[in-house]
Design a protein. Structure first.
Length: 167
């Protein structure tokens, strides 16, 4: 049996297992989980471990369940790392008590400089400065937590460079 036939025959139960066990908030990872399931199945088939069709379906369902649960843990850890990172960046960027005019001036400068950095970085920085959590940014922009972290980091670095150059 060709591997493409195996995928065609097992696609429904594999996706059903993924939908059942992968948290809905991590739906962006469905493709990653499905890919891992079929990679593991391919390796097992190459080693000659699975020959019977009945065993194959239950084996793939079990792999899909386990990979979904692993992905839940992995995504949750990434969310927590992103939350910590965002909170740290908020603390670094928090303004010491100052005159209202100075705060307004600084805010206007940051908003102006945000327009000059690439949109995908600026959007994450803007949402962070507005007080959104990493989880909310992930949901709003439909990107992974690691992407939020990297875009925030790069966006803030670009923003710092622009503000320093302007000074």
């Amino acid at each position: 049996m060709e591997f493409s036939e195996i995928i065609a025959e097992t696609k429904r139960p594999v996706l059903a297992a993924i939908r059942r066990h992968l948290d809905a908030k991590y739906s962006y990872a469905i493709d990653d989980v499905a890919q891992e399931v079929y990679l593991r199945a391919y390796r097992a088939l190459n080693k000659g471990k699975l020959k019977e069709q009945g065993k194959l379906r239950s084996y793939l369902y079990t792999i899909a369940k386990n990979e979904s649960l692993r992905m839940n843990s992995r995504c949750h850890r990434e969310e927590m790392k992103a939350e910590k990172f965002i909170e740290g960046e908020r603390r670094r960027w928090s303004v010491m008590p100052a005159e209202d005019d100075t705060v307004a001036e600084m805010t206007a400068q940051v908003v102006d400089e945000l327009r000059h950095i690439p949109e995908h970085y600026a959007r994450v920085v803007e949402l962070t400065l507005m007080g959104f959590s990493a989880r909310e940014i992930v949901q709003r922009l439909d990107i992974k937590p690691g992407t939020v972290k990297s875009r925030l980091s790069r966006g803030l670095a670009l923003l710092r460079e622009r503000i320093i150059q302007a000074a």
